[in-house]
Design a protein around this ligand. Structure first.
Ligand code: ADP
Length: 590
């Protein structure tokens, strides 16, 4: 061996590429050990055999024609530096190879060199990358129906990285539903569907999609052993069907996103003779993540759509409510305006009423004052005539004078009432507040009224108080009030009736009660009788008996002194009038 020979032999033996030398007839004259590693052949077994032996059947004729053409015409149809062609391994698998051809002459003979490199890893990688790129863009579209997307994904997988692809989705009740089954041959797809329906997989199986979903980790079986197929068959027919699928290798990954498992994707190699290896695991895991993300995004998108819808509904409702509120506000504003107008009107009317009341009181005060002067003159002249200063009087004249005097007194009483009322309502009365013994005032009144009581033929009883009831009041006004209510009791109690008066006290007030067994007052009139000019039983009111002002004046006086005057009654049974006044040492009631 010369030096050159030794150099080339060393290159030939140590290069990692598969180097093969053929003669003009296409027979192998030398091949290095890489052929064993890459294709499984013993180098010695190939020596003297045609190169086409390591080519898949379908390429052989074309190869032979190409060599013939080159030898006769010297024309190359291919770029010899880089030809991609699958080689046929000893076990029948096809291994993608890149081949560079060369040519040399030795001893007048032409030889050809072929340098073959296993291209499967790169090929797989580029296929995987292309697949992921397609799948990735499909999965990224959240607007799409994710179920349709996953079905398309399975088809894409079948077109590039696997013979079979199935996608299983976790259902609401925790089971698995087969969303997609893909294979190039539709007949095989229906067979697989039939299998899945007739022989549903066990949820507790120690392999397969259920297991992957449970454990959340991918599963690889490079070589499916026949024992496994037998063990997973549920009966003879099942086994037969499984075998007919010729499943050789599988890879399963969970569909995961956001810590949730949505299902599993299964890739299976069968008739192509390809197998999955550890190198394929990252690819399917990535795919599982992207598919999981697609489902997650679709869910979020759906939720967002629903939330948006809810928000829109709420916004519409809110708008409606705002409109309603605005309408209500406008209505309220209108009502407020109206109320303000009414208040203004009322104020105006009150002012008018106050002014006219004042004018009325002043008129009444001056009128009654003016009336009293001529009336007093009439009284004076009656007395003059009675005394006989104008000559002797006949009995008839005397009786007439008596009648004039009686009417004069009634008229004077009425005028005094009107004058009093005018003064009270104009607030022109003065009060001399002092400590007054109520029982004493009551006794004085009794003395004044006894003749009237006797004349009316009613009984009178006075209950002793036991102790003096002292109040803070104007003595004359208290007497005026008591004379009014005692006088009324006499007036409105028929013959044979009874009149009772008594004093008592509480912590804060001293009281005088005047009780009669008279005609009584209807409940709905109990308050009205305290209004000026109100007379309930006009029939009982004999002519000249009053103007209906007494109780109005009396209550005003009592209230002006910090007390009150109230009535209780039962029609037909009698009435009770109670005067209250602040006790000495206590503050006023009102
Ligand atoms: P007058 O006695 O001048 O009519 P008052 O103001 O004193 O006016 O009384 C008003 C009305 O109250 C009376 O007309 C009468 O109808 C009713 N009244 C007052 N006291 C009694 C009473 N003790 N019993 C029944 N009715 C009474």
């Amino acid at each position: 061996m010369n030096e050159d020979d030794a150099k080339y032999r060393s290159l030939f033996e140590s290069t990692p590429d598969l180097v093969i030398i053929m003669d003009e007839a296409g027979l192998v004259v030398a091949v290095n050990d890489s052929v064993k590693r890459d294709l499984g052949y013993e180098p010695d077994d190939l020596i003297g055999k045609p190169l086409s032996q390591i080519m898949p059947e379908r390429y052989r004729a074309r190869h032979a024609a190409g060599v013939r053409r080159y030898l006769t015409s010297g024309k190359r149809n291919l770029d010899w530096r880089s030809i991609e062609l699958p080689a046929l391994a000893v076990d029948g698998r096809e291994i993608p190879m890149t081949i560079a051809f060369g040519e040399f002459t030795e001893g007048g003979k032409r030889f050809f060199t072929g340098i073959l490199r296993d291209f499967s890893a790169e090929k797989k990688m580029s296929e995987t990358l292309a697949f992921l790129a397609t799948a990735g863009s499909e999965l990224a579209d959240v607007e799409l129906d994710y179920q349709a997307t996953l079905r398309k994904l399975a088809e894409t997988a079948v077109a590039s990285v696997a013979d079979w692809c199935t996608v299983d989705i976790v259902t609401k009740n925790g089971g698995l539903e087969r969303l997609a089954v893909a294979h190039a041959d539709p007949a095989k797809v229906s067979l697989a569907r039939e299998l899945a329906t007739r022989y549903p997989s066990d949820a507790n199986a120690s392999r397969g999609p259920h297991h992957v979903v449970r454990t959340r980790s991918s599963e690889l079986l490079t070589e499916i052993p026949p024992e496994l197929v037998e063990a997973s068959a549920k009966d003879a027919r099942h086994l037969e069907l499984l075998k007919s699928l010729g499943l050789r290798s599988y890879l399963i990954a969970p569909l995961m996103a956001d810590g949730r498992v949505y299902g599993a994707i299964t890739l299976v190699q069968a008739e192509s003779g390809r197998r999955f290896t550890d190198a394929d695991v990252p690819m399917i895991e990535e795919l599982g993540r992207r598919a999981g993300l697609a489902i997650n995004n679709a869910e979020l998108h759906q939720e967002a759509l629903e939330a948006n819808k809810t928000l829109e509904t709420q916004a519409t409702e809110l708008e409606q409510q705002t409109e309603e509120a605005q309408a209500l506000t406008e209505e309220l504003e209108a009502q407020t305006d109206e109320l303000q107008n009414v208040v203004g009107e009322l104020q105006r009317k009150t002012q008018e009423a106050d002014a006219s009341n004042k004018a009325k009181s002043e008129f009444l005060a001056s009128m009654s004052h003016e009336l009293r002067t001529p009336l007093n003159a009439i009284g004076g002249y009656v007395e003059l005539l009675e005394m006989g200063l104008r000559g002797p009087l006949s009995d008839e004249q005397r009786a007439d004078l008596q009648r004039i005097k009686l009417n004069h007194n009634h008229l004077l009483g009425l005028i005094n009432d009107v004058l009093n009322f005018a003064k009270v309502s104009a607030g022109r009365l003065e009060y001399r507040i002092e400590t007054v013994a109520l029982d004493q005032v009551l006794k004085d009144c009794e003395a004044m009224l006894l003749p009237q009581i006797h004349a009316a033929r009613i009984s009178y009883s006075y209950k002793e108080c036991g102790e003096a009831v002292l109040v803070e009041a104007d003595r004359e006004k208290v007497q005026q009030i008591l004379l009014n209510i005692l006088g009324n009791a006499i007036k409105f109690t028929p013959e044979g009736g009874a009149l009772t008066a008594f004093c008592d006290q509480t912590d804060a007030v001293g009281r005088v009660c005047v009780k009669d067994t008279g005609i009584g007052i209807e409940p709905d009139k109990l308050e009205a009788i305290f209004e000026p000019f109100v007379q309930v039983n006009r029939a009982f009111n004999q002519p000249g008996h009053g103007a209906g002002l007494g109780l109005s004046i009396s209550r005003s006086l009592a209230r002006a002194m910090g007390g009150d005057l109230v009535a209780e009654s039962e029609p037909g049974c009698g009435s009770t009038f109670t005067l209250t006044l602040p006790r000495t040492g206590h503050t006023a009631l009102v």
